[in-house]
Ligand binder design. Structure first.
Ligand code: FDA
Length: 307
């Protein structure tokens, strides 16, 4: 219930001003966001690299309302890929994009997002790395999967994200479990109506397990995006059952969450990738992290009273 309320609040401008304007918020945000500027993100990349953890970088910017802002998102990603070039990490440093930041929700937004994300995919390919299209609320799924199909024609490494919370996802997972297809499976971070989504956590978890099965038994490249020990344990079982090679799947966790587990899995020889968000527009991302876990919210509230 509280989580749902926070997700609704994450779209309210009034609360946004209050949270962003709270001086202590920055300290808490730093736990989940690598910083506001590109050099902050690159410093996080280097530090994770030293622990054997790969990265996918997200330039935060989902709350845009104009074409000029969408163009600025594209330019921020091009600058990010330029910044990554000297590190020569190849596929160990890729980028995640939210198509809303590329104008998907504006009038004519599907075509605009495709037009603006294409040069990012081209720059990533030139660097020997990939783009993954994050998934946002259920109204965007068809458009995002259509952009994915377009990009994969020229950039077959482009990845997708599927959310087990949505009723449709088992079928989408079966469609995408094909050779060369990179799919990050997550539970889903958006408040969705019962008509399209499971709203009971046990149902979302059960669906996650079913989708893991489809992806790991399929021919694609599954990426398990979760911090949940039960889901991670099931991935390890599936790897044993299917005999998958270490370079044919990966674990993905968010920056700042269960870092000990990220390092442990990497030490055990699994590919582990941290999702590293950076940029000034951290509000929506931060609120979704608070909504996910009471402990994250307690951490935030404690920081308000102890300062
Ligand atoms: P869940 O939140 O159910 O937690 C289960 C258990 O995991 C907890 O009981 C605890 O044991 C452990 N855990 C969780 N958080 C923890 C913490 N902070 N500290 C310690 N333990 C913790 N969503 C989306 O809609 N679109 C997207 O594109 C993405 N992309 C994405 C990328 C990556 C790499 C990840 C990891 C996640 C996403 N998500 C996402 C978010 C995702 O949908 C989901 O909201 C979160 O991952 C939380 O779900 P969990 O699977 O971690 O389990």
């Amino acid at each position: 219930m509280l989580g749902q309320a926070l997700l609704v609040a994450s779209r309210r401008p009034g609360l946004r001003r209050a949270v962003v304007g709270t001086p202590v918020t920055r300290r808490v945000v730093d736990r989940f966001v690598a910083g506001e500027q590109l050099p902050d993100a690159l410093a996080a990349v280097r530090s994770l690299q030293a622990d054997g953890v790969a990265v996918t970088l997200d330039h935060l910017g989902e709350d845009i309302t104009t074409r000029a802002e969408a163009v600025a998102s594209r330019d921020a990603y091009l600058a990010l890929l330029d910044g990554l070039a000297p590190l020569q990490l190849g596929p160990a440093a890729e980028v995640s994009v939210k198509l809303s930041a590329f104008g998907q929700a504006l009038p004519g937004g599907h075509d605009l997002a495709l037009e603006l994300v294409r040069p990012v995919a081209e720059a990533a390919t030139a660097l020997g790395t990939t783009v993954t299209l994050d998934m946002e609320d259920h109204t965007t799924v068809d458009s995002t999967l259509a952009v994915l199909a377009e990009l994969r024609r020229d950039h077959p490494g482009t990845g997708a994200v599927l959310q087990s919370a949505l009723h449709r996802t088992e079928a989408d997972a079966a469609d995408l479990a094909v050779a060369g297809s990179r799919v990050r499976l997550v539970k889903g971070a958006y408040a969705e109506p019962r008509t399209v989504a499971f709203t009971d956590k046990a149902e979302v978890d059960a669906a996650y397990l079913r989708c893991l099965d489809v992806l790991f038994r399929g021919a694609g490249y599954p990426m398990a995006g979760t911090h949940d020990p039960a889901m991670i344990a099931r991935v390890l079982e599936l790897v044993r059952e299917t005999g998958r090679a270490a370079d044919s799947y990966e674990f993905q966790l968010l920056y700042g969450i269960r870092t000990g587990e990220q390092q442990r899995l990497a030490r055990e020889g699994h590919t582990v990738r941290a999702y590293v968000p950076y940029g000034a527009d951290w509000y929506g991302y931060f609120m979704r992290r608070l909504a996910e876990r009471p402990a994250n919210l307690q951490f935030f509230l404690r920081s308000l009273v102890t300062t």
